[in-house]
Design a protein around this ligand. Structure first.
Ligand SMILES: [Fe+2]
Ligand SMILES: [Fe+2]
Length: 130
């Protein structure tokens, strides 16, 4: 499996968001590298990080009146629900669909970061400057 890694293509030049996104990549990479005995715990940690990460972004959007917040928050909800389904599967010992999810999450994350998170970073940078 291709392992996700941080790159400059993901940098949004807004440190709080970059920090969250970098942490997500680290947790995702750990899940992608995990062997069968490690995958459940790695997935538990990934879901916990993602829930906190999306929750923080959703709060920033609400409190600063970000225009794209509904579509962005909807994508967060859909993905978090999928990851939680994966958690239930991992707890049942169904690891193949979880590995598939770990692969797809890498692709999704790049696209999400470069679109929704990039727009949010731009908004937060101008918001914190004024
Ligand atoms: Fe993010
Ligand atoms: Fe986001």
């Amino acid at each position: 499996m291709e392992i996700s890694e941080w790159s400059d293509a993901l940098r949004l030049d807004f440190v709080p968001l970059d920090t969250l996104n970098r942490e997500l990549i680290e947790d995702l990479a750990r899940a992608q590298r995990a062997d069968n005995g490690e995958l459940l715990q790695a997935w538990v940690d990934l879901v916990a990080h993602v829930a906190a990460h999306f929750g923080q972004e959703d709060r920033w959007m609400r409190t600063t009146g970000h225009g794209q917040s509904e579509a962005h928050a909807l994508e967060h909800r859909v993905v978090l629900n999928l990851l939680r389904e994966g958690l239930a599967q991992a707890r049942n010992g169904q690891l193949a669909p979880v590995r598939q999810m770990a692969r797809e999450l890498g692709t999704w994350f790049t696209r999400h970061t470069q679109s929704f998170d990039a727009a949010l970073a731009l908004h937060l940078r101008s918001h914190t400057r004024t």
